[in-house]
Design a protein around this ligand. Structure first.
Ligand SMILES: Nc1nc2[nH]cc(C(=O)O)c2c(=O)[nH]1
Ligand code: SF4
Ligand SMILES: [Mg+2]
Length: 246
């Protein structure tokens, strides 16, 4: 890994600034709590803003300005500062989440390139509505795509974007991680998987408390196994009680 200040990519792009809600995992180490890398040490950059308004969203401070103040809930940080911050940790996995991170896709390109150049791997948590450009579909980058179901409190005419899903599915760099809370949710997931050719499928039981995660896990586990899908937990909820910044 490079020295902390040996930040590559072009100098002008380093000044690009991203609207960030929070970034964590250096001072207080944590794990990727969801999906294929569940349990692995990870750094998190949570970008502010979303293009959806899910009723069950657990990060409304990234977009719901009727309840939160955008000036208090976000700050503009430069690509250089974020790379320097990430380099200060030996953890090699950087999760870029939100909100919806791909809203800021252009300014993400130098960030992702810089993180890869200093030896990090990058994983996006995205709602799958915004197609990733070729500059982000590069080695060392993976997308955890979470299309949101109507039962999550969103209009599927907005949350299911076939053209974007097709691109993710064809990229070979995406997994499809569906939040589910009931057996009918699994039927809807199966319809979407068939209609859009989505694979591999991960199911994540909904819940922001240990009790809720355990209850939805018990409810869904047999049926997920019967469909030969993958099951993930929400480790940060179990381990850290869903505390912000963990
Ligand atoms: N530990 C931890 N893992 C996570 N995986 C996805 C997260 C998210 O909020 O997108 C998240 C999060 O907020 N914390
Ligand atoms: S897509 Fe994700 S961040 Fe955006 S409103 Fe829905 S749950 Fe929240
Ligand atoms: Mg979360």
């Amino acid at each position: 890994m490079s020295e902390p200040n040996a930040v590559p990519v072009s100098t002008s792009s380093l000044k690009d600034r991203l609207i960030v809600a929070e970034h964590f995992g250096v001072e207080r180490p944590t794990f990727q709590g969801e999906g294929p890398n569940c349990g692995r040490p990870a750094l998190f950059i949570r970008l502010s803003r979303c293009n959806l308004t899910c009723a069950s969203c657990d990060t409304k401070y990234t977009w719901d300005w009727s309840r939160f103040d955008p000036d208090k809930e976000s700050a503009k940080l430069s690509v250089r500062d974020l790379i320097t911050w990430a380099v200060s940790s030996p953890v090699d996995l950087v999760v870029i989440t939100g909100g919806e991170p791909l809203i800021q896709q252009q300014r993400l390109i130098p960030l992702v390139e810089g993180l890869l150049e200093v030896g990090k791997r990058v994983e996006f948590e995205t709602n799958g509505t915004l197609p990733p450009g070729r500059s982000l579909l590069i080695d060392g980058v993976r997308f955890n795509v979470s299309p949101k179901l109507a039962t999550f409190g969103v209009d599927e005419r907005k949350s299911i974007v076939p053209a974007a899903l097709k691109l993710f599915a064809a990229s070979g760099q995406a997994v499809f991680k569906f939040v589910a809370s009931s057996l009918p949710d699994l039927d809807r997931i199966a319809e979407l998987v068939d209609a859009h050719g989505l694979a591999p499928v991960w199911v994540m039981p909904e819940g922001s408390t240990t009790e809720a995660v355990i209850a939805s896990t018990r409810e869904l586990a047999d049926a997920v196994a019967a469909r030969h899908w993958n099951l993930t937990s929400r480790l940060h909820v179990l381990a850290f009680a869903d505390a912000r910044g963990r």
